[in-house]
Design a protein around this ligand. Structure first.
Ligand code: SF4
Length: 295
């Protein structure tokens, strides 16, 4: 049985905890209403199942507002929605509760302001992620750049159309600092007066920092979280990198969604470490910790 240690910072971030609490309080306040979240509230199947049992159902991502029952209470999740979607939901739903994370909303406001000032706006992040799509929508449509090659292609396409007056770059709140720096560096090389608003959320940085420390102390690290969660996947990618790096103690890394998925070799490690993505519920982390200590 391994000694089990947790990362100093892990699990729900402020924005996700707040969104889950808001949805539950709507459920309590309006016991007769159908409570729906616009897209999964969080990228974690276990947490979504629990919410479903409580009567909080997730709509599919991007479902048209006219398909939503008009008497439903709709909760916007922490990732936010583009302004056009918010307006359509407000018109349609009996009650609209905006649980967008304040940091995400600040990015959306900045994108809108930069676009109003005549900037060509780009956002560094996942092309299909709801948060980046919401930022892009706030700027009236903008480039979404996933990596350095994407930044170079974006710059080349802009320059081919004639040098734009001003270019501005924002960041998805959960992008890795290294990924952001590579994108910003490539854009800065093409546009030296690039305006930057690279607001990476401290929740991401803190979890990554705590993981680095954990990989110095444990022989293997379990990253607990949904496979669809961008920040969980980034934690796992970092853990794999440390496991390959002889400067770190950890030799194993695994991504699991539940205690039932713990790989067998973790049970014979002297020290097993646990970290968890920003949308992993406390109960799932607790169950993994207990499972490691009881086999
Ligand atoms: S990661 Fe940060 S910005 Fe994103 S929802 Fe959590 S607290 Fe908000």
């Amino acid at each position: 049985m391994p000694q089990v240690i947790r990362a100093d910072v892990l699990g729900y971030c402020f924005g996700v905890r707040r969104a889950v609490e808001k949805a539950r309080s709507v459920r309590r306040e309006f016991p007769g209403a159908e409570v729906l979240t616009y897209g999964p509230l969080i990228h974690n199947p276990a947490a979504l199942e629990t919410l479903g049992r409580e009567g909080i159902r997730a709509l599919d991502d991007g479902v048209p507002a006219e398909e939503i029952p008009p008497d439903a209470a709709v909760v916007i999740r922490a990732h936010g929605v583009p302004p056009a979607v918010r307006a359509a939901l407000k018109k349609r739903a009996a009650l609209l509760v905006d649980a967008s994370c304040p940091r995400v909303l600040a990015n959306q406001k900045k994108a809108a302001e930069l676009a109003r000032r005549g900037c060509t706006v780009a956002v560094a992040g996942d092309r299909k992620h709801a948060e980046t799509l919401a930022i892009a929508g706030s700027a009236g449509g903008c480039g979404i750049i996933e990596d350095r090659a994407g930044a170079e292609a974006f710059a080349a396409a802009l320059l081919a159309r004639g040098r734009p007056r001003k270019v501005a770059l924002l960041a998805q709140t959960t992008i890795g600092q290294g990924e952001y720096d590579a994108i910003a560096g490539a854009l800065r090389a093409a546009f030296p007066d690039l305006t930057e608003w690279g607001e990476i959320c401290p929740a991401t940085v803190e979890r990554q920092g705590a993981l680095e420390k954990l990989c110095r102390e444990a022989d293997g690290v379990l990253v607990v979280g949904g496979r669809a969660s961008a920040n969980t996947r980034r934690l796992f990618a970092s853990a794999q990198g440390y496991a390959r790096n002889p400067a770190y103690r950890a030799r194993l890394a695994a991504l699991i969604e539940s205690a039932g998925e713990i790989p067998g070799e973790f049970f014979s490690l002297p020290v097993a470490g646990i970290t968890a993505g920003a949308s992993t519920p406390d109960e799932t982390i607790q169950a993994v910790e207990e499972a490691l200590g009881t086999r």
